[in-house]
Ligand binder design. Structure first.
Ligand code: NDP
Length: 275
């Protein structure tokens, strides 16, 4: 059970990944992303989740260089975008991301979406980057069980992480069970339901634990061994979202949150997207 913001999960290759990170989707390049990353690092976050498509890798890179934290204490994730999938084009996309971030190596490189007919060649490129030492861990995002099985059928290296939409309205029970059985770390995107936190169960637990609805949800992630990457550009919320290591939800209350599930997605369906 994570007790400190510095606590990490250990991926199946032995690499440590913080349980909590800052997401920066829809955070503007320049001042906005630099401030958010700076505040997060000051608050003790060590993991930042960006992607080529977010268009803010330069600002993330600048903020982490200015932060005065040792490179080896940070955990930086970025992702190959759909248009760049395929073997050679992924290698090129990686190099662009690495240069924009201004880093010698990336901690975690993910396939952003399972683009049909392409993601297996993309995976081969990630395996090469891993073997060449440019990235400490490789993984996927938005992969359903069948996508994972397809990759695992003929991969050399099993994905270390699967980052998917995951929150109380989309509890992904089967996928979580599959990933845990396979030692693939599940990571929650849109953990705060993109800010839609107004729900009677969360309000009730918020009163009971004297924590905010956001903190209740993030704690629920941690207690079921799910890495979580809430996004905020608001200083007070960046602090609030990190303050989830000093309380514990009871088993009964964990169940109450799980019972909120409606299989509701705020984002696209990985089996039916056209971008
Ligand atoms: P989140 O679920 O993290 O919610 C972010 C929203 O909630 C923002 O509007 C934010 O507002 C608000 N918020 C943050 N903290 C609080 C709080 N304590 N109380 C109330 N509201 C709050 O959404 P995201 O979709 O951004 O997901 C998180 C991260 O996951 C992304 O940033 C990205 O890194 C990753 N992601 C990955 C995807 C993928 O395909 N792999 C897809 C989508 C996301 P404000 O910023 O104004 O404070």
């Amino acid at each position: 059970m994570p007790k400190y913001i510095s606590d990490c999960t250990v991926l199946h290759n032995g690499v440590e990944m913080p349980w909590l990170g800052l997401g920066v989707w829809r955070v503007k390049e320049g001042q906005e992303v630099e401030s958010a990353v700076r505040w997060a690092i000051e608050a003790g976050y060590r993991s930042i989740d960006t992607a080529a498509i977010y268009g803010n890798e330069v600002g993330v890179g600048r903020a982490i260089r200015d932060a005065g934290v040792r490179r080896e204490d940070l955990f930086i994730t970025t992702k190959v975008w759909n248009a760049d999938q395929g073997y050679e084009s992924t290698l090129q996309a990686f190099e662009q991301s690495r240069k924009k971030l201004g880093l010698d190596y990336i901690d975690l490189y993910l396939i952003h979406w399972p683009v049909k007919g392409k993601y297996k060649a993309t995976w081969k490129a990630l395996e090469k980057l891993y073997k060449d030492g440019f990235v400490r861990a490789i993984g996927v995002s938005n992969f359903q069980i069948h996508h994972l099985q397809d990759v695992m059928a003929d991969c050399e290296i099993k994905p270390m992480v699967n980052q998917v939409e995951f929150h109380p309205l989309l509890t992904q029970k089967e996928l979580l069970g599959f990933c845990q059985a396979q030692q693939i770390q599940l990571e929650a995107w849109s953990p705060l339901m993109q800010g839609n936190l107004d729900h009677p169960t969360l309000a009730e637990l918020s009163r009971k634990y004297e924590k905010t609805p956001a903190q209740i949800v993030l704690r629920w992630d941690l207690q079921q061994q799910v890495v979580t990457i809430p996004k905020s550009v608001t200083h007070s919320r960046i602090l609030e979202n990190a303050n989830v290591f000093d309380f514990e939800l009871s088993t009964e209350d964990m169940g109450k949150i799980a019972a909120m599930n409606r299989n509701k997605r705020f984002g696209p369906d990985p089996d039916n997207f056209d971008f």
